[in-house]
Design a protein around this ligand. Structure first.
Ligand SMILES: Nc1nc2c(c(=O)[nH]1)N[C@H]1C(S)=C(S)[C@@H](COP(=O)(O)OP(=O)(O)OC[C@H]3O[C@@H](n4cnc5c(=O)[nH]c(N)nc54)[C@H](O)[C@@H]3O)O[C@H]1N2
Ligand SMILES: Nc1nc2c(c(=O)[nH]1)N[C@H]1C(S)=C(S)[C@@H](COP(=O)(O)OP(=O)(O)OC[C@H]3O[C@@H](n4cnc5c(=O)[nH]c(N)nc54)[C@H](O)[C@@H]3O)O[C@H]1N2
Ligand code: SF4
Ligand SMILES: [Mo]
Length: 733
């Protein structure tokens, strides 16, 4: 897998085999590109895919040599990755080769959570689920079944659930990740940021990263564009209590006291307004509420912010001037994982307001207007209309959440639930909730009372341990999935084809959902004879075909020339007022502060440190921590401890300690990393380690798990995001 393919090695491209696709009796066969290296006699096959090592879906090529895994590389045409996959994406074969994978369906025979299962056939598993689903529908109504989904195959389970009569479909990555960001931008500009981010970083002359640790967060597009901006000499300002990889590329590192970012943002707004550094024409033409904003931020001077944030006033002024000097090509990055301290929608909104004052929304080097695309559905009957929907689960709270809240569904499942909609069944696709949803106690209370829990996963993860039925999906390298559509500067489609045969008795999501649908009497919603027919139909409607996509992997549908707002254009924003709302009338109407205010958060007591967390560049959440390739690079996580703190505790590099949080919860042992690169009032670890599932043999009890220590959750009153950084730990040596 290590040798680089040299273009001059390609002597012959098998033209007859190149992307040939034949229709035989309604069944579509495909053949992928075969390249023969005559010198060595190797047969090299190149199959299009998009990556599932995280959920960013970079498009690439899977290369097989003589039918065996060789290498996975990025597709040059793809705007998600610009032809370069990250470490995890390059290690995709590890997911395929992992012998700890789920091998066949399982049906629970012991107590929930005790992990006692019997092997089952697919037919038995489907019978079990179909029977339960029919009882739940007749007794409680189909609305009481919810789907938690993170990953490509989830779309087929969405169809299944919609056909069954429920629209309670939640991506935990809303409430536990980017929900506050999306709501903050919708409230301010009338549109979300979405994924991949509409940030015009490659054209930015100044980038302000608040927490966002691009470089350790290795989403390929973000890393690539950040690198391009650096190369062109952009001014980088990084606000982070930790000297991150991004900070090492920055002109300014602002080691802020954790939980005080809103104060810094308000002080920046104050300087930009008081020193008249804002874009006058833009503000006049496109915004509303400037006077109210000006009045509200008058008190937030840099001098006021200094003792709060520990960032010196002259640095606050200097950095504000740099932002203004480069505007509108200044990007105050909106971040991604934004559930920090519970007041997150307001914090992110403060950044959005700053962007508005700098005139960067809809401007080159700021945020572009993305081209979005949606493919036609394969024809199916109308979905039944649910009598109740996920909104009923939160009992009137979090009315500004535009997507279903996983925490809300959890709350509406536990025995004490008071909501009109109470959940009885869960499908969980590609989400290891026990390691990614804070408030594990509430989650377990919910899991214990479910009438049915079905988990579709590739690995025996912690959540599969609680399932009634475990359905083993094959890895992305062994399956077709829906066509990837994405927003961006261009509208692009990407195809994933199976490069390898499914190992063991694992199956693709499309097959599982369809077969189960047929068992449940919902076959009409899956009327395609083959997955190829389904994909080809959708592609043809979009002006392509499966044959073409098998050849090219990525297709650019249209290029748009309205990426930016034109000078003087009478642009209408998606807010109620049609303007950028510096003062939010919606927030006012719902009883929230129309202009962000600084809220003081609790601080750690003596001998306690705030627990902050982030990403390992070599892992995706906890989903790769058992990967046989990546575990060789990073087998466990470490806790970053400031040198002075280490000294006072007598800790040395490499020593193992346990962490105990404010509620007395003690973590697994974790290695100490003594460093000057973090403030003394916090400690840091990467998320995704400390697995407690024994069947993940490479990762079992390796390092510590941040979620265990996050027993205090600070819910965002505006949209229900689960703030996770209000926990404090001390050392158990
Ligand atoms: N390699 C890799 N890349 C990934 C992922 C992965 O699992 N692995 N996951 C992807 C996903 S889904 C997401 S959402 C993103 C997450 O990545 P980002 O959105 O970049 O993550 P952040 O929430 O900003 O958190 C990480 C940074 O915040 C800093 N921080 C902690 N507390 C504070 C604070 O109070 N103030 C400030 N200013 N900084 C603070 C930490 O020190 C750390 O550097 O990464 C994506 N990319
Ligand atoms: N403590 C803490 N909690 C967090 C975070 C954090 O940093 N710290 N990060 C938050 C963020 S940013 C996010 S986006 C969420 C993500 O949290 P989730 O939505 O729960 O997603 P993952 O952690 O990616 O889920 C991993 C599961 O997907 C399975 N899987 C991997 N590939 C496939 C596949 O092809 N098919 C199927 N069916 N399953 C597959 C893995 O085996 C694993 O069990 O977590 C959030 N929770
Ligand atoms: S960022 Fe990396 S892991 Fe995520 S999809 Fe892209 S290549 Fe795969
Ligand atoms: Mo995320």
């Amino acid at each position: 897998m290590s040798k680089k393919l040299n273009r001059r090695d390609f002597i012959k491209i098998g033209s007859a085999a190149a992307g040939a696709l034949a229709l035989t009796g309604g069944i579509v066969n495909y053949q992928t590109k075969k390249i023969t290296d005559e010198k060595k006699g190797d047969v090299i096959t190149k199959i299009p895919t998009y990556c599932e090592m995280c959920t960013f879906k970079c498009a690439g090529w899977v290369y097989l040599k003589n039918g065996e895994p060789w290498k996975i590389v990025g597709n040059e045409e793809d705007e998600h990755c610009y032809g370069r996959l990250c470490t995890k994406g390059s290690a995709g074969f590890g997911a395929y080769l992992d012998t700890d994978r789920l091998r066949n369906p399982l049906i629970r025979t012991g107590e929930r959570g005790k992990q006692v299962f019997r092997d089952a056939t697919w037919d038995e598993a489907f019978d079990y689920i179909a029977k339960k689903m029919s009882v739940i529908r007749d007794t409680f109504g189909p609305e009481t079944v919810a789907l938690f989904t993170h990953g490509s195959g989830g779309s087929f389970f969405k169809t299944l659930l919609n056909a069954y009569g429920s629209n309670s479909i939640t991506a935990p990555s809303y409430a536990n990740c980017r929900g506050p960001r999306e709501e903050a931008y919708i409230l301010t500009f009338g549109e979300a940021i979405d994924s991949p981010e509409r940030t015009d970083m490659k054209n930015s002359r100044c980038i302000v990263l608040i927490g966002s640790h691009i470089g350790e967060n290795t989403h390929s597009q973000q890393v690539n564009e950040f690198a391009q901006a650096i190369k062109k000499g952009a001014d980088i300002i990084v606000v982070d209590p930790r000297f991150s990889t991004a900070a090492s590329k920055a002109k300014y590192w602002l080691p802020i006291k954790p939980a005080t970012d809103t104060a810094l943002l308000l002080a920046w707004i104050n300087v930009i307004i008081e020193d008249e550094l804002y874009d006058r024409d833009y503000v006049k033409r496109y915004t509303t509420g400037f006077d109210e904003l000006k009045k509200a931020v008058q008190k937030y001077t840099p001098e006021w912010a200094y003792p709060v944030t520990t960032i010196r006033p002259e640095i606050i002024r200097e950095t504000a001037r740099i932002m203004a000097k480069n505007s509108p090509a200044t990007l105050v990055h909106p971040g991604r994982h934004s559930v920090w301290y519970g007041d997150d929608t307001q914090r992110v909104r403060a950044g959005a307001i700053l962007n508005a004052l700098l005139g960067s929304w809809g401007r080159k080097g700021g945020f572009f207007n993305p081209v979005k695309s949606e493919l036609a559905d394969f024809p199916h009957p109308k979905y039944p209309k649910p009598k109740m929907s996920w909104q009923e689960a939160t009992s009137g709270k979090y009315e500004l959440a535009s997507l279903a809240l996983s925490s809300g569904i959890c709350q509406a499942t536990i025995p004490s639930a008071t909501s009109s909609l109470k959940f009885k069944g869960w499908f969980v696709y590609g989400a290891n909730l026990l390691k990614t949803m804070p408030d594990t106690k509430m989650l377990i209370d919910a899991l214990q009372v479910l009438e049915l829990l079905v988990v579709v996963d590739t690995m025996p993860s912690e959540i599969t341990g609680y399932a009634d039925v475990v359905l083993p999906e094959c890895t992305y390298l062994e399956r077709y999935d829906d066509i990837r559509t994405s927003q961006g500067r261009k509208s692009q489609l990407a195809l994933r084809m199976p490069a390898l045969k499914p190992r063991y008795d694992s199956k693709p999501a499309w097959w599982i959902a369809r077969e189960l649908g047929v068992k449940m009497g919902l076959g009409d919603y899956f009327k395609w004879k083959t997955i190829e027919e389904y994909l080809d139909y959708k592609l043809k409607k979009a002006g392509s075909s499966l044959e073409e996509m098998a050849r090219i992997g990525v297709k650019t549908l249209e290029t748009d020339d309205s990426l930016y707002i034109k000078k003087g254009e009478n642009f209408k924003f998606g807010t109620d007022s049609g303007k950028i709302e510096l003062y939010s009338s919606t927030l006012k109407q719902y009883g929230y502060d129309p202009v962000p205010k600084f809220l003081k958060h609790d601080e750690p007591g003596k001998d306690y440190y705030r627990l902050i967390y982030g990403r390992s560049p070599s892992h995706s959440f906890g989903r790769t921590s058992n990967n046989p390739i990546l575990t060789q690079l990073v087998p466990e996580n470490e806790v970053w401890v400031n040198s002075s703190v280490a000294k006072s505790w007598g800790l040395s590099i490499g020593q193992y300690v346990a962490l105990e949080n404010q509620d007395g919860i003690v973590s697994n042992r974790i290695k100490v990393r003594v460093t000057e690169r973090i403030r003394p009032d916090c400690v840091y670890m990467v998320h995704g380690f400390g697995h407690t599932m024994k069947k993940m043999r490479r990762s079992y009890l390796k390092g510590a798990d941040d979620i265990e220590l996050i027993s205090r959750v600070m819910y965002d009153p505006i949209m229900g995001g689960a703030g996770m950084r209000g926990n404090f730990v001390t050392f158990r040596v």
